[in-house]
Design a protein around this ligand. Structure first.
Ligand code: ATP
Length: 638
């Protein structure tokens, strides 16, 4: 009997899926807003109700050539939802940037008009500031450069007939739009162009947005406007959690003034986390909206521990010690065995680069704003030259996989093409093979050449085409100086960064590749939303994070609030402490079994006092580790 009561308790939110399914009725459409805490099954509901919708409406949608649009935050989340919806083409699953680009991309004339007036407006604003501001300052110089750049863009606009855009890249060409522009243009078209509104609702009578708390506010407002106008033909469904708003352009208080006609189902259960972790995240949330989640009846208690270190601690060793303590505490060897399986959440990508050992390769490029997206998305041609051509060959060479070497050369090498035109092809192929193995011998005897040497060797042997930006480094002597000078005259920061990055050892290419393809055990606090892992180590280190948007030291009471924090607080505005608290909620709520928080602080004692007084942890769960050596000995850690 008890079991059935318990099991039925786990179904306490089942009514929500039914409520949403009722909304997804093309004859009687109703928009809805499902906001609920972490792990409450929002994404699961999204998939469940869509499967039911497909059963009922497949024929009608197919007949009219219509699709359901689902927008979510990352490419990884898109793939997961697509997979769970059986890759059915009736569903169009995309990130917000791809979705908007698909909608606007054929409206070149309108895009050009928008850019004209937007650029002119920006120039006017900057010129006004320039007049008012002091001359000769850094800000004035920057404004001057920015004005010149915008004028240049205005001039080139005339010649562009077709705009381009890559949602996953850096969009550096003249005719390309940047990420911000795509969203702004989309919001504007949807708000003011009736044709765009009609195209949207005709193509997609249902639009569902996951993680909508972080969707750009102008765009959300535009969708609200369309919904308001066409609510008898169009369903807008929002899934999200205000406590998980971690990007600054999301709409604050999303859902506060929804029309009466919207459905607003609520969920109270957390299906992901065990009771101890739910208790922690309920506490973290209590000051914000007091929403409390209930636990499933069939979960073990779960584990939470916090470890505080002085900032001077050697981090790699500290984290190894923590993993060992967690393994003992939880009796779970996956925290520390050979095939350890826990996920470390770091604040900034370079923290992963540091820990995983690809810092020299990564850091110079990460500094260049226009290369950042490509670096993190794995779309930079220069790095792909190494990751997609050289690295597979080197790995194949090490594992004596001749087939992969041959097929890579066949696919990418200009030598093959040249050989085809030669009379004695057999001889030519033999020569190519010798060249390839001469190149690969760079890795003999466990040698780890610099990327620069690899590049030069490829160029010398004419083995593969060298990406344009790397060309000046691929040649030596006078030729390279001439080329470099030409390109660096206007302080080409990208080129300088490539020069620095090429000085990294080639082994860093493999490490970088694993990280950006999600094959390492490191993820960022922000990149982890929507995901879950059995064992989670949240690493907190404001010093290494460099950003000013978040401050764990303030959240944990190790640093005083600034005047502007206090002013914002008094005015009811979002402060860095609020933002950090939400980020902390997101990271802690990813854990399915056990959670370790590792904080490096300038004031460990204050942190301990604060987290205890907040009631987040019990005394026995918080530990300050002042000296790694003592712990190393007691834990037999080398
Ligand atoms: N009704 C349910 N019964 C059993 N398991 C569930 C149920 N709903 C969700 N889950 C499981 O709980 C976990 C969290 O679900 P999901 O990712 O959909 O939550 P979410 O609300 O989108 O989370 P978050 O906002 O934290 O990203 C998943 O492993 C999911 O399979």
């Amino acid at each position: 009997m008890r079991n059935s009561v318990e099991n039925s308790d786990n179904l306490v939110d089942a009514h929500v899926d039914r409520e949403i399914s009722n909304c997804l009725n093309l004859q009687n459409p109703k928009s809805f807003f499902l906001f609920a805490g972490a792990g409450s099954g929002k994404t699961r509901s999204l998939v469940t109700v869509l499967k039911e919708f497909r059963e009922k409406n497949y024929k009608q949608m197919q007949y009219k050539g219509q699709r359901v649009a689902i927008i979510t935050y990352t490419n990884a989340a898109c793939e997961e939802i697509e997979r769970r919806l059986d890759f059915d083409p009736i569903f169009s699953v995309s990130t917000i940037h791809s979705f908007i680009w698909e909608l606007i991309k054929d409206f070149n004339k309108d895009i050009k008009e928008w850019l004209y007036s937007n650029l002119k407006e920006q120039i006017e604003e900057l010129e006004l500031k320039q007049k008012k501001g002091r001359a000769g300052t850094q800000a004035a110089n920057n404004r001057k450069k920015s004005i010149e750049k915008k004028y240049r863009r205005l001039e080139t606009l005339e010649k562009i007939n077709k705009f381009t855009y890559n949602p996953n890249g850096d969009n550096l060409s003249r005719d390309s739009l940047n990420h911000h522009e795509v969203i702004s243009i989309g919001s504007y078209f949807l708000s003011f162009k009736q044709l765009m509104q009609k195209i949207l609702i005709k193509k997609f009578p249902v639009l569902l947005i996951d993680e909508s708390q972080d969707t750009n506010k102008d765009l959300i407002n535009a969708f609200f406007e369309v919904e308001n106008k066409y609510n008898s033909l169009f369903i807008l469904g929002l899934f999200g959690d205000t406590m998980q708003r971690i990007y600054s352009d999301g709409k604050v208080d999303l859902g506060a003034d929804l029309p009466e006609r919207w459905a607003k189902p609520a969920k109270i259960m957390n299906h992901r986390c065990p009771p101890r972790i739910i208790k922690l995240i309920n506490k973290i949330r209590s000051d914000i909206d007091g929403q409390e989640q209930r636990e499933r009846t069939d979960k073990g208690d779960g584990f939470v521990r916090m470890f505080i270190f002085p900032i001077t601690t050697t981090k790699k060793s500290a984290e190894r010690i923590v993993a060992k303590i967690m393994a003992d505490y939880t009796k779970d060897s996956k925290w520390t065995s050979q095939d350890a399986d826990y996920t470390s959440l770091i604040l900034e990508h370079h923290m992963a680069a540091n820990r995983l050992g690809f810092f020299e390769l990564f850091q110079p490029i990460y500094q260049v704003e226009k290369l950042k997206t490509g670096l993190l998305g794995g779309t930079l041609r220069e790095l792909n030259f190494f990751t997609q051509i050289i690295l597979p060959m080197v790995n194949a060479y090490k594992s004596k996989d001749d087939f992969t070497i041959t097929s890579t050369v066949r696919k990418h090498s200009p030598l093959i093409k040249l050989a085809k035109d030669e009379k004695d092809q057999v001889l030519q192929i033999k020569k190519i093979k010798e060249t390839v193995y001469e190149f690969l011998s760079m890795w003999d005897k466990n040698h780890d050449p610099l990327c620069l040497d690899v590049l030069r060797c490829v160029a010398n042997l004419n083995l593969f085409e060298i990406p344009d930006s790397l060309y000046p480094f691929s040649v030596t002597g006078e030729e390279s100086l001439g080329e470099k000078e030409e390109l660096t005259i206007d302080k080409n920061e990208a080129l300088m960064a490539w020069g620095e990055c090429l000085n990294a050892p080639f082994s860093q290419i493999q490490k970088y590749d694993s990280y950006i393809n999600g094959k390492s055990s490191f993820m960022t606090h922000q990149g982890v939303k929507g995901l879950e892992f059995p064992r989670v180590m949240v690493i907190i280190d404001d010093n290494e994070s460099r950003g000013f948007l978040f401050s764990y030291e303030k959240l944990f009471g190790a640093k005083e609030k600034t005047e502007s924090d206090i002013r914002n607080e008094n005015e009811g505005k979002d402060t860095s402490i609020d933002r950090t608290r939400r980020l902390f909620y997101v990271t802690c709520s990813r854990a399915e079994e056990s959670l370790a928080i590792v904080a490096y602080s300038s004031n460990p004692e204050s942190v301990r006092k604060q987290v205890l007084s907040e009631g987040w942890f019990k005394e026995s769960e918080v530990e300050i580790i002042w000296n790694l050596e003592i712990n190393k000995e007691s834990l037999f850690i080398p």
